[in-house]
Ligand binder design. Structure first.
Ligand SMILES: [Zn+2]
Length: 206
């Protein structure tokens, strides 16, 4: 999503995120070694195929992301645990990252449900808060519409999701352009975001 990438280090906000999803969890960097048939959004099916071929088992946990200066994010994820107990990331990355930061979470297993990402804002700004709330709303609409075929393959009526996706993109590009809530709204009205689209979105999300 936008400019999220593998965090360069485990700083205090990242530590707080790790403790939110798996208290006391031990995060570690894993090199990305994709299997030839693996797909970007298909970690669970990638690992299922790998286990069927080579043994070992699935290990669920959280892949950790950072949008530098904006937010940190945890995504429910699976890696392959080899028969020799080595954690291996076999799922390719959308932006070609060659390593991931991963924290195992043995309390959780994947049952085909929609699991939302957990996000923590790095500064208090309405644009970032709205981005996080809109992203959560998208997953809630998806979850209301029944079980997905797999992550990234959710079937939802387009008219329910499209306005939320539009808002998410609008906010994402505004944040990438370093706009803050007191700047003129990106729509070009000349009014501050808070009083313009920020106000509209606040009503829509309520
Ligand atoms: Zn506006």
């Amino acid at each position: 999503m936008f400019t999220t990438t593998t965090p360069a280090r485990i700083d205090p906000p990242m530590r707080r995120l790790i403790d939110t999803v798996t208290p006391g969890g031990q995060a570690r960097y894993l090199p990305v070694r994709p299997t030839p048939d693996a797909t970007v959004n298909g970690c669970f099916s990638n690992v299922r195929a790998k286990v069927a071929r080579d043994g070992g088992r699935r290990l669920c946990g959280w892949q950790l992301w950072e949008w530098p200066g904006v937010l940190v994010e945890a995504e429910f994820h699976a890696v392959w645990l080899s028969p020799g107990d080595e954690m291996v990331e076999i799922t390719p990355k959308p932006h070609g990252e060659d390593r991931i930061l991963f924290v195992p979470d043995e309390r959780r297993d994947y049952q085909g449900e929609v699991v939302d990402n957990v996000r923590i804002a790095l500064h208090d700004d309405q644009l970032v808060q709205h981005f996080i709330r809109v992203s959560r709303a998208i997953v809630q609409v998806q979850a209301r519409n029944g079980q997905p075929a797999g992550p990234g393959q959710v079937r939802v009526p387009a008219e329910q999701i499209a306005p939320l996706r539009q808002a998410q993109h609008f906010l994402g590009y505004a944040i990438d352009a370093r706009l803050r809530e007191h700047d003129p709204c990106p729509c070009g009205s000349g009014v501050r975001y808070r009083q313009c689209h920020g106000h509209e979105l606040e009503l829509a999300l309520a």
